[in-house]
Structures are given as structure tokens and as C-alpha cells.
Write a protein that binds this ligand. Structure first.
Ligand SMILES: [Zn+2]
Length: 289
């Protein structure tokens, strides 16, 4: 296996996601293993002692909101992508519905998993390659505002240097459309003539084919942009703020976030710039918690 073949295989894994739905199980499992390799971990990971706790936390923090989280799915299913090795897996009794092993079986048989021998041989000797692949996986699956939180949880400093491809006009056009104010709270601080802490947010993430067009954008202050990307808030098709029940914090959080629940947001100056309902629907289903 060459580095390019490994790159292609990892990018191939991402493409199983259907119809722009977020499915970050495999990306987060691979990111976890790569980050651990960068920190000197050996090839294989214990399901019981490592993955069941660590990848669970990653899925819970950074995946779409679910009733339950299943780190055993990507741990098991990556094997079918041809870049993953499982040891002690032969004895595991599969579920009745598919060929996946149950979590209890992974624990009972002390199953370990990690990148395949060929892939690990490349990664072990090349931290730069591991870092590059980690960066690719995260930036293909999460917006820029979230990636540093994930790398911190993975125990790494955020040192990626990739220049993000973006439409150079997106920010300017979105801020203009909303008159240089946060669509939620009206924040419009300037230092002399420079707006600061006002950002152009994508409603449907670029990573899931959300376009860099004004009708997929909102002008938001840094706090409300982050709250939108984290799924702490969403915007309903009626252009009202919805705040997640999971948001909590002191009085300032009430003022900055909770008090905006069900409030109408500012509309853009021109009707042609109104956000499309489909983008709000995507955000509500895939990001809002
Ligand atoms: Zn705001």
C-alpha cells in the first residue's frame, strides 16, 4: 500500500453517507485511531478499555443527537472498508438483524481493532501522513468552528495549516444582506470601520453539500454562530429561533441564548436572499440537539 492508496481508501470510507445525512461514526473512529498513533499508541485498540468509552464520548459530543450512541458500529464495520483489522473477532455471535457483533460479544472476547497492517506500517513511520489524514477526515466532516474542539478532545493541539477552500464573496454578501448585524441579536460592533465578531454562517454545512450562497447563509455574531454549529440552537422554517433543551448556564446564557427562544430572526433586506427552508430542515435534523 502506498500513501496515496491509503488516502484514497480513507476518503472512500466517508462516501457511504446517504443523501447528505450526517453519519460521523466512521470518521470519528478513524480520527481517534490516527490521533492515538500520532501520540505513539500501538496498532490495536481494546474495544472494552478504550473505544467503548473514548469513541462513545466523541460520538456523544460531536455526532448528531441520538437516543443511544454505538461506538461498536464503526469499530466493527470499518473492517469492510479494507483498511481495518479486528483480532479475536471470529468467536463473536452476530446480531440477528445483520452481521455486526454485539457490543457484549466484543467485550466478552476482548476484541481489538486498528488500522490494517499495511496502513499502520505507513502511519507508524510517518506522523505527517497521519496528521494530514486526520485533518482531511475532520475538515470533510465538520465545520471549521468545531474541528479544534475535536482535536482538543483527541489530546492534540490544533495545528492544521490547510487553507480552506471557500467562496471569497460569501462572507461579504451575507453580511451585506443582513445589514452588517447578527440576524438573531443585532450585534454589530465595529472598531472604527471594521466589523468584528460578526460572521457569515452556513446553515447547511459545506461538508454536506451546503452551498456558499446567501440563501444558505446567516450573518451571526460569534456566539450565535457557534451556538448554531454546535446545535445549541436552530432556526425553524418560520424563521424563529429554537433553543435546545440541553442548553444550560448562568444568567448571561439566559440573556444571550435562552431568551431568544421562539423569537423571529431578522430577515435579509432582499427577498431573494431569504434562506431556503430545505437548509433549515437539514440543520434541524442533522445538527440541532
Ligand atoms: Zn448574535
Amino acid at each position: 500500500m502506498t500513501p496515496n492508496e491509503l488516502r484514497a481508501a480513507i476518503l472512500g470510507v466517508k462516501r457511504w453517507s446517504h443523501a447528505d445525512q450526517r453519519a460521523p461514526n466512521k470518521p470519528l473512529m478513524m480520527a481517534y485511531a490516527l490521533a492515538k498513533y500520532i501520540q505513539g499508541h500501538g496498532q490495536m485498540f481494546s474495544y472494552e478499555d478504550e473505544v467503548d468509552r473514548d469513541v462513545y464520548l466523541l460520538l456523544k459530543r460531536f455526532g448528531p443527537s441520538r437516543k443511544a450512541y454505538h461506538p461498536e458500529y464503526p469499530f466493527w464495520r470499518l473492517f469492510n472498508d479494507g483498511i481495518w483489522r479486528l483480532d479475536n473477532a471470529e468467536e463473536c455471535i452476530p446480531r440477528s438483524s445483520n452481521s455486526d457483533a454485539k457490543k457484549s460479544e466484543l467485550i466478552k472476547h476482548q476484541v481489538t481493532g486498528g488500522f490494517s497492517d499495511e496502513a499502520y506500517e505507513l502511519l507508524r513511520n510517518d506522523t505527517q501522513l497521519a496528521t494530514e489524514l486526520l485533518e482531511t477526515i475532520l475538515t470533510e466532516s465538520f465545520p471549521e468552528s468545531i474541528v479544534p474542539e475535536i482535536t482538543t478532545q483527541l489530546g492534540l493541539e490544533f495545528t492544521f495549516k490547510r487553507v480552506q477552500k471557500r467562496d471569497p464573496n460569501f462572507r461579504r454578501e451575507v453580511l451585506n444582506a443582513y445589514n452588517g448585524k447578527c440576524a438573531i441579536c443585532g450585534f454589530d460592533a465595529r472598531l472604527n470601520d471594521d466589523l468584528f465578531a460578526l460572521e457569515a454562517a452556513h446553515i447547511k454545512w459545506k461538508q454536506f453539500n451546503g452551498p456558499c450562497t446567501v440563501n444558505n447563509g446567516l450573518a451571526l455574531c460569534a456566539i450565535h454562530h457557534k451556538a448554531l454549529d454546535k446545535g445549541a440552537i436552530t432556526i425553524t422554517p418560520e424563521m424563529r429561533v429554537a433553543v435546545s433543551d440541553s442548553v444550560n448556564g448562568g444568567g448571561i446564557v439566559e440573556q444571550l441564548i435562552c431568551d431568544f427562544d421562539s423569537k423571529q430572526i431578522q430577515r435579509p433586506r432582499q427577498t431573494k436572499h431569504l434562506p431556503l427552508e430545505a437548509y433549515f430542515d437539514w440543520h434541524g435534523e442533522n445538527v440541532f440537539r
